[in-house]
Ligand binder design. Structure first.
Ligand SMILES: O=C(O)CCC(=O)C(=O)O
Ligand SMILES: [Fe+2]
Length: 287
């Protein structure tokens, strides 16, 4: 069954937009969980096939799946649209392909979060019992058409992701960059190299708040290279009623909490509003 908290979104990317990461180019071995390297490659390979088929569909059809809240199709030059139904008749393999990637990514996410919990002196199942017991997850398929020409066009402007962690899979076309020292000027941008079969892992802003900056969300962006590019981002987000408050192990008298406690859903709504500009459209579900 499709988890009610899991969403997928499709997006043509061109214009600057706000979204997050600590970016570790990590090959997470799914073999441990019974998923082999080649199965994982197959899963992301068929996701890219479905993604390309989707973005090649007529615009009218894609617009019929326009974004509601943060789920659905967002056309070029807009952050205002998304789908209420799935392209099931036109792309019969769409749903199983996406669901398969979502569930596999969730398994990897749980495993990674248990290691992060240990590093913070928390029980290894801390996140599994709290933030991951009913997680929100968004799978976002991105398509960067690749034409250059307008100087203002940018793949994705500098941002950090909002949630706990993000997994990124790209088709290998360059463009993704990170800035390791986000508070220093001038910013130094480094290319993130493609590693076949690996996830790029971004730490999101909620982890930065929870850990008082011990896990820092790293600034990233996508610059246009003139080449068509596809990527898939899996955002792992705590349920909206999850309270994000500095962990005891991450603060002390000399290092007091830098961020006030906030509900995950409130934080996300704030950020989505800044990105998309309309409260009504962006309200986070509170399931
Ligand atoms: O396309 C990419 O590689 C990055 C996308 C991204 O940063 C995002 O969707 O938040
Ligand atoms: Fe991002």
């Amino acid at each position: 069954m499709f988890h009610p908290g899991i969403r997928y979104a499709t997006q043509h990317r061109y214009k600057p937009r706000v979204l997050t990461p600590l970016q570790l180019a990590t090959d997470i071995k799914m073999r441990d969980r019974g998923v082999s390297f080649s199965e994982r490659q197959q899963a992301s390979g068929s996701v890219f096939q479905q993604s390309a088929k989707f973005f090649a569909l007529p615009l009218d059809y894609k617009l019929s799946l326009s974004r509601k809240e943060y789920r659905g199709y967002t056309p070029l030059y807009s952050e205002n649209l998304d789908p209420s139904s799935h392209p099931k008749e036109i792309l019969p393999d769409w749903r199983p392909t996406m669901e398969s990637l979502i569930w596999k990514s969730l398994e990897v996410g749980k495993k990674l979060m248990s290691l992060i919990a240990l590093s913070l002196n928390l029980d290894n199942d801390f996140f599994e019992k709290t933030a991951l017991n009913k997680p929100e997850a968004i799978l976002r398929l991105l398509h960067y058409p690749g034409e250059l020409g307008d100087e203002d066009l940018c793949g994705a402007s500098a941002h950090s992701d909002y949630g706990m962690i993000t997994f990124l899979v790209t088709d290998g076309v360059p463009g993704l960059q990170i800035c390791k020292e986000k508070f220093k000027q001038p910013r130094v941008w480094e290319d993130v190299f493609h590693v076949e079969g690996a996830f790029i892992v971004n730490i999101g802003d909620l982890m930065e708040r929870w850990t008082n900056g011990i896990y820092r969300s790293t600034l990233h962006r996508v610059i246009p290279t003139g080449k068509e590019r596809y990527s898939v981002a899996f955002f792992l987000i705590p349920p909206s009623d999850c309270m994000i408050e500095c962990f005891e192990s991450c603060c002390s008298e000399s290092s007091p909490p830098r961020f006030p406690p906030i509900r995950s859903g409130d934080y996300l709504n704030e950020r989505f509003m800044l990105t998309y500009g309309s409260e009504k459209e962006l309200k986070c579900s509170s399931n």
